[in-house]
Design a protein around this ligand. Sequence first.
Ligand SMILES: Cc1cc2nc3c(=O)[nH]c(=O)nc-3n(C[C@H](O)[C@H](O)[C@H](O)COP(=O)(O)O)c2cc1C
Length: 244
Amino acid sequence: MNKLIIPLVVCIACAIIVSITAVTVRPDQNLNIANEKKVKILAAAGIQTDRVDEEFSKIKTLFVDFKTNKLVTIDPAYDHIKAASNPELSTLIPKGEDIAVLKRRENIGTLYVWVDEKNSIEKLVLPIRGYGLWGTLYGYLSLDADLNTVRGIEYYDHKETPGLGGEVDNPNWKSDWYGKRVYNDNGSVALYVTKGVSSTEYEIDGLSGATLTTNGVSNMIKYWLGENGYGPIIKNLNKEIEKI
Ligand SMILES: Cc1cc2nc3c(=O)[nH]c(=O)nc-3n(C[C@H](O)[C@H](O)[C@H](O)COP(=O)(O)O)c2cc1C
């Protein structure tokens, strides 16, 4: 019995130390996660900087009610990812519409907008997410002032395999997005990731050996830029922004 007491005490002491350490570093971890998201939002819009907070303060964070497709004013600390898993703040997506495999969509979406002194939009960043092969990819897509031409894409979290689906982080692949267009002349989402090399303004180079990830990327673009996502507010954003 005595032989067990010392290991037991050591175990309990270690557990206490690990728990205290985990609790103590959590605020810093949360700050780092928040900072990383800001870095990715800026990067999607083509801004690389060490002065993250200063650059971020130039952005207007707007919120859209997906039911009315109008801008709404809510607590700026609102987190659409947390909302998406809260049944009171989100809506089940009907199976036939759930092309990005999200299960639920938050009722209020977030948009990051740069405006000039006349309140005209200079560029926009939208959160996107959707299932790849191993899990959900979380990221941002940025559009130019015409709200159609892509400026960039950045993922801040995914579980895809390095060298295969993980190539979504490859700067060469990301650079292929610049200047591509989301909507065709009919206003439908036409942008997608092709197999092989892109040859039109609506195509992005495929990732070799990673068709499932690339299909996931295409599907999340189609969902979030489409009618059930940010599509309607994008078409009205210039008018809606005048009202705020
Ligand atoms: C260990 C392992 C990891 C893989 N990781 C990915 C991945 O991250 N994304 C992906 O689309 N396919 C991945 N694949 C390949 C898929 O299973 C599938 O073969 C591939 O997506 C088909 O794409 P292809 O038609 O371009 O070859 C992985 C396969 C293995 C064996």
